[in-house]
Design a protein around this ligand. Structure first.
Ligand SMILES: [Zn+2]
Length: 200
């Protein structure tokens, strides 16, 4: 019997967010590869896994991504990303900033904070990168409403257990080298599946 449905959301489309330091490498593609590996690890642990992108070229709207989790009564929605510095970052800092952070849904703060902490710790350890902590972000002037679309729509359609993992910075040479490696993505998938197996 299935332990429940998990929705994995590989952020962006195939050519979303090119890595500035590596040729022909895109956040949207590496997110898709990691989601596929994590799917296999979670299925081996007895979960049923649905993907928001079944083909690498798929790029559904943020609402469609969150809706898939709500409509299927997912026990967990995980949006897979890597990060880039904001436009205010200086040229010197642009490639230096690195590290992992996890945003969690405001729809179930206490439980989600605990799960976010465990997921982020696993990513920090596996990537051997900086710990940027766990975070929430609220919609301007609407306290309690998630700023990020996938978390907002997941909650609205009925899945409160929702996260965005920013797996390091694809703008940083060390984080990018890790994320561009198939073998490293496999280690990341195994580490995350172990956490999910433990906390759900
Ligand atoms: Zn992203």
């Amino acid at each position: 019997m299935s332990r429940g449905i998990i929705v994995l959301d590989a952020g962006h489309g195939q050519f979303g967010n090119p890595y500035p330091l590596l040729e022909n490498t895109y956040e949207g593609t590496q997110n898709f590869l990691l989601a596929g590996k994590l799917k296999a690890c979670l299925e081996a642990k007895g979960f049923t896994v649905l993907l928001t992108r079944n083909r690498i070229e798929d790029d559904p709207s943020l609402e469609e991504r969150g809706k898939l989790a709500g409509d299927n009564h997912a026990v967990l929605f995980l949006s897979i990303h890597s990060n880039a510095p904001g436009s205010a970052t200086s040229k010197e800092a642009y490639h230096a900033v690195r590290g992992s952070e996890v945003y969690y849904s405001l729809a179930d703060v206490e439980r989600n904070a605990e799960i976010a902490r465990a997921l982020n710790a696993a990513v920090v350890t596996t990537m051997n990168t900086t710990d940027r902590g766990i975070k929430t972000r609220t919609y301007p002037d609407q306290p309690g409403i998630n700023y990020y679309g996938v978390l907002r729509h997941s909650a609205a359609y009925g899945c409160p257990t929702a996260f965005i993992i920013e797996h390091g910075f694809h703008t940083n040479p060390e984080d990018a080298a890790f994320l561009a490696s198939d073998e490293c993505l496999q280690r990341l998938a195994e580490a995350e599946a172990e956490v999910i197996d433990r906390v759900l």
